[in-house]
Every structure is written in structure tokens, then in C-alpha cells.
Design a protein. Structure first.
Lengths: 235, 107
């Protein structure tokens, strides 16, 4: 008898079963924003510091076996790759170049964490988004994964994107549009090595949208601001 | 129309809690949940006209109302709080639609 044919209580649960169980536990324990679903060693989680289910042993990325650790990193804008400075336990430093492969890693990582999300949760989130932005812009979102909205307070144009940071644009005096930065914010937590957070993608878009509409300065304060040239900007 | 709390959630998409004045037990439960969420640092946004959102500053347990900063976007059902007119406004929980976002982990 293979493990797949065993009844649910007798075998290792699938990620979908685990996500459903975690959801039930969260309801019982009155965790209003839910408990993030762990996705194993491949995708350690970053969880907000005050969350009761933040367990550093599980959530932090594992130490590398070769003893090297990254102490600084930046993006070479012209060549489009990341430059890393690494140090080992003896204090020796070396430079590593990370070509565009990181972008592919993040893209494929998003496929890897897909099992943490429930399809019905995404459908529910899309209905809510439709109520918030109306039919036309929701159609834009469904077709292309993005929709724009201009802030009445600041005049900043935001491009909200599924599974990518929100782009903030501003019209300049000479009639051009300038990218201010991209704003990356995940409520409750996110997975390292993927674009997604612990909430379904559209719920994260809703979180960006309601924070922009209701408390724009807090949205900027809480989000990580990535320059457009950075790999993490998702542009 | 009863009030509604929509809490963005990792499992369900969002959890909906209906706040109905005719049900005192539900009203009490909702006010306990709202207090708990504010204590945990969640951001609560009251929906106004045309889905204009205003962040909740605090919760008035006695009157079961959200206290929001009074701006041009105050919902129609809000009433001014205190002497200084429209410095703050109270929105009763049983008539407000609210979206709740958990604390941010950055990105």
C-alpha cells in the first residue's frame, strides 16, 4: 500500500490538508488574521514580530553549510545583476555575482508556495476586490494582473500588481512619469524565495489598496521601498 | 443594514463578522474582537461613500463605536466627538462596514 492510498489520519498530510487544518486551528484560537501555513525548509517564513505563532527555529532561513553568509548586497543597474559580499567564520570576505537567475528563482518559488493558498479564499478575495474597484478595473486586473489608482491626497499613481510590489509613479513638471519606487508589503508574513505572502495574492492586493486609500503615509512607512532597478521591485 | 467586519485572513480569504444591534450577544462579541484586534496592532478601515476609507483611531467600548479622524471622507452615519467639532468622529459598529488588515511583516 503506497502512502497516497492511506486514509488521512495515517499518512503525512498534503499541503492543502495542512492549510485546511491550520485554518480550523486559527478559528478555534481566535487568530483573526489566521496562522500562516509552514511550507517546509525550502520556503522559510518571515512573520511579523508580534504574531504569537512566530517561531524563529522554523521561520528563519537555515544557515548555509559552507559557512559563508551574505553581509551586503546591491544591484548593478546597468548589468542587471546582484552583487553580494559574503564573509565566512574566519572573517574572510569574497564577492559573488548573482545574474538574472534570482528573478527566475522568485518566479518559480511562487509556484512552490501555491499549495499554502486555498482556491476558495482567492475567489472570495476577488469578489471583495471587485466591490472595491468596480467592474472596469477589476476586468483589467483579471486580464493583466494589474490595475492603476491615483491617490486623491498625494497625486501619486499606484499600479497594484498581483504577486509583485506596488509601483508608485509621479508626474513630473516636464510632463514625464517618474517611478518613485516599488512598495512591498505583506500582512502577517511572507515566504523567502517567492513573490507571495501568507495570504492569497488578491488579499495582499486588497491590503495594499485599503492602506493606500485609508492611511497612505502608513502604507509608505510599513512597506519596504525597493528602487525600480532592484530585482526585488519585480519590474 | 447591519455592520460588517471583513478581516483579511491567511486561510479564508477574509473572515466576515456581522454586527447586528438586535443581537446583544453578537454585539458584545464583535466589540471584544474589535478591541482585541486594535490591541494587536491591526489596521481597521471604515468604508465611507464611494469606498473612501478612513482608518480607525480607537474604539469606544461604552458607545460601541469606532473613533475615526474627521476628514472630508467621514461616513454619513458618523457623529462628531467632543467639543471641537469634527476633530474626531464616532461611527457606530452596527452600521459600519470595516476592512481589517493584520500587522505588516514588511517585504
Amino acid at each position: 500500500m503506497t502512502e497516497e492510498t492511506l486514509p488521512p489520519g495515517m499518512r503525512t498530510p498534503t499541503y492543502k490538508e495542512l492549510a485546511a487544518k491550520v485554518r480550523t486551528v486559527a478559528r478555534e484560537r481566535e487568530e483573526w488574521a489566521g496562522i500562516p501555513t509552514p511550507m517546509g525548509d525550502h520556503f522559510p517564513m518571515a512573520i511579523e514580530p508580534r504574531h504569537p505563532y512566530r517561531i524563529d527555529e522554523i521561520n528563519k532561513p537555515k544557515k548555509r553549510e559552507d559557512g559563508w553568509r551574505v553581509v551586503n548586497a546591491w544591484t548593478h543597474y546597468r548589468w542587471g545583476f546582484e552583487i553580494l559580499v559574503e564573509k565566512n567564520e574566519e572573517g574572510r570576505a569574497r564577492v559573488a555575482f548573482l545574474p538574472g537567475g534570482k528573478r527566475v528563482d522568485l518566479l518559480l518559488g511562487s509556484l512552490g508556495i501555491m499549495d499554502a493558498w486555498l482556491e476558495e479564499a482567492e475567489n472570495k478575495a476577488q469578489t471583495k476586490l471587485w466591490n472595491l474597484i468596480g467592474h472596469h478595473r477589476f476586468t483589467q486586473y483579471r486580464m493583466t494582473g494589474i490595475f492603476p489608482e491615483t491617490s486623491k491626497r498625494s497625486g501619486v499613481i499606484y499600479i497594484f500588481r498581483r504577486l509583485r510590489p506596488t509601483i508608485a509613479l509621479k508626474a513630473t513638471a516636464d510632463g514625464f512619469i517618474k517611478i518613485l519606487c516599488t512598495l512591498c508589503l505583506h500582512p502577517i508574513g511572507y515566504y523567502f524565495g517567492a513573490w507571495g505572502g501568507v495570504m492569497v495574492p488578491t488579499d495582499e492586493v486588497i491590503a495594499h489598496l485599503v492602506m493606500m486609500r485609508g492611511s497612505e503615509h502608513k502604507f509608505w512607512a510599513n512597506a519596504n521601498q525597493h528602487p525600480a532597478e532592484s530585482i526585488h521591485s519585480g519590474i | 443594514m447591519p455592520g460588517k467586519l471583513e478581516i483579511l485572513n491567511t486561510g479564508d480569504g477574509h473572515t466576515e463578522i456581522v454586527v447586528d444591534r438586535s443581537n446583544p450577544i453578537e454585539l458584545e462579541r464583535a466589540s471584544r474582537i474589535i478591541e482585541d484586534m486594535l490591541k494587536r496592532g491591526y489596521a481597521l478601515f471604515v468604508h465611507g461613500k464611494n469606498n473612501v476609507l478612513t482608518r480607525v483611531k480607537r474604539f469606544d467600548k461604552k458607545h460601541k463605536a469606532y473613533i475615526i479622524g474627521a476628514e472630508a471622507t467621514v461616513p454619513a452615519e458618523a457623529t462628531p466627538v467632543g467639543r471641537k467639532k469634527w476633530k474626531e468622529a464616532a461611527v457606530p459598529i452596527e452600521s459600519a462596514k470595516v476592512t481589517v488588515v493584520g500587522r505588516s511583516a514588511g517585504g
